[in-house]
Structure formats: C-alpha cells, structure tokens
Design a protein around this ligand. Sequence first.
Ligand code: URA
Length: 193
Amino acid sequence: MSVEEELKEIKELCELCNNCSLGETRTNIVFSDGVPNHKLMLIGEAPGYNEDMQGKPFVGKAGQLLDKIFESVGLSREKDIYICNTLKCRPPNNRDPLPEEKEACRAFLDAQIEILKPKIILLCGKVALTSMLNTSSGITKVRGQWFEGPYGSLMMPIFHPSYLLRNESHEKGSPKWLMWQDIKEVKRVYDSL
Ligand code: URA
C-alpha cells in the first residue's frame, strides 16, 4: 500500500470515530491538509469553526497567517508540508481540548506520524507541545529548540499563529520576530535534509 492509501484508510476510520463526545458535535472531521511529505509535518491544536465547516486544518485567520509565514521562506502546504492537528474534531466554542479527548484521538495522530515518518515535526502551540514532549516548560521557553522525536525525527515547538495574531509587534524579541527566526531555522534544516 502507498503512503497515500495508508493515510486514506486511517482517515476513513477517523470519519467513523465516536471515541469521545466530540463525535456528536462535529460537522466534519479535520484530518489533514497539504502533501504527505516525508520531510515536514506540522501538528496544531484542534479545528475551529472554519475548519469544522470545511473539513480542513488551518483555514481561518490563524491558518492564513501560518501560510504567509511558510511562504516567507519559500514553503507551502501545496508542495512541502503535511498539516494536521492533535484533535481531529472541534471542541465546542473552541475550548481547550480535554485530556480524555486527546487520549481518544491519539491513535490517529500516532498513525499519521508512523505512516509518514516525517524528518521534521513542528509542534504548533502548547497543546501539540504537551502532547508530544514530556515537558513542564511553556512554549515561550522551548520554542525554536530542536528535540528528538519519533522515528528519528527532529521536533521543534513553535508559537501558534493565533498567539501571533494577538501580538502586533514585529520588533526584535517580539513573538512575531521570534517566529521569523524559528521558521528560518526550520528552512535551513529542511534544505539540508
Ligand atoms: N488552530 C489549530 O490549532 N488548528 C486548526 O486547524 C485551526 C486553528
């Protein structure tokens, strides 16, 4: 089976999933977008309103900013990135995912990682960070650092674009400026692989 077929099989299982109560309130599952690239995967938090309606991750304002950030270093979801979330269903009112929801959804994320075996995994925001790294450090402390990930991958926590939308400044040391440093480092390693 090809990678695409394996992912399709998992997506079909996900569409039937009722492992937690979000199965009752979702409009669509939000499984992934972008290309099944073995080099770069991004894991976000959970679908919001727009994502739930369209069945695609990061299509709202935060997603548009994320696309712009990647485009600034010549990367795009059409060519280079596989994008998914920690949770495949929208938590009502965009509340934080509950531990039991993360637990119920974990097998889907693990399967995506196992099938793709991406070389770089970006942990976008604190939910992805705490799901993938056993750390009590906040995102501000660990963003921009490389950690060992599954299947020999390199994982880097990065700020969530929603956080960047709430922080206007582009000044040196600001969250947007730090994100720009991190994404340049990601591109440097991406090109070296
Ligand atoms: N925020 C996320 O973390 N994921 C999405 O898909 C949309 C917004």
